[in-house]
Design a binder for this molecule. Structure first.
Ligand SMILES: [Zn+2]
Length: 140
């Protein structure tokens, strides 16, 4: 199973109506090792998208950490990969391999998988957002 570079970003900002720092976390998977310049661009894009929606946000900070390369990466009740699969069946087989390899042998501590071990929940996303980002996303 091919593994791809993954970085995880924690973006935070100050917000007029809150007296604490708000933020969001997300992961980016890339075909090749990601460069610092590409990371900067991703942060800028994300910042810009937030500022367009909420112009009063300020003092953006971003913490970037490198994760172990892998075939899938966990998000909020879904996993994503790059769109590298010939068919949906290939995507599900790859995800199945990932889940079997990643799952903790003790179910009570598998909560970090966010339900991914329940195969009946798996659903492949066909939205425009995933298409634009060239990612394959399976919700669970
Ligand atoms: Zn989608």
């Amino acid at each position: 199973m091919k593994k791809y570079p993954i970085i995880s970003l924690a973006l935070s900002w100050d917000q007029d109506d809150l007296d604490y720092t708000n933020g969001t976390g997300f992961s980016v998977m890339t075909h090749e090792e990601i460069t610092d310049k590409e990371i900067e661009e991703i942060i800028e894009q994300k910042k810009t998208a937030y500022i367009i929606k909420y112009p009063s946000l300020s003092n953006f900070k971003c913490e970037v950490s490198k994760k172990e390369p892998d075939s899938w990466v966990c998000e909020w009740f879904n996993h994503k990969s790059l769109t590298v699969f010939e068919t949906e069946k290939d995507a599900f087989e790859s995800f199945s391999e990932f889940v079997d390899r990643t799952r903790d042998p003790y179910p009570e501590s598998s909560s970090h998988m966010m339900g991914a071990t329940d195969r009946w929940r798996w659903k492949l996303c066909h939205c425009e957002h995933c298409k634009d980002q060239k990612v394959t996303r399976i919700s669970h």
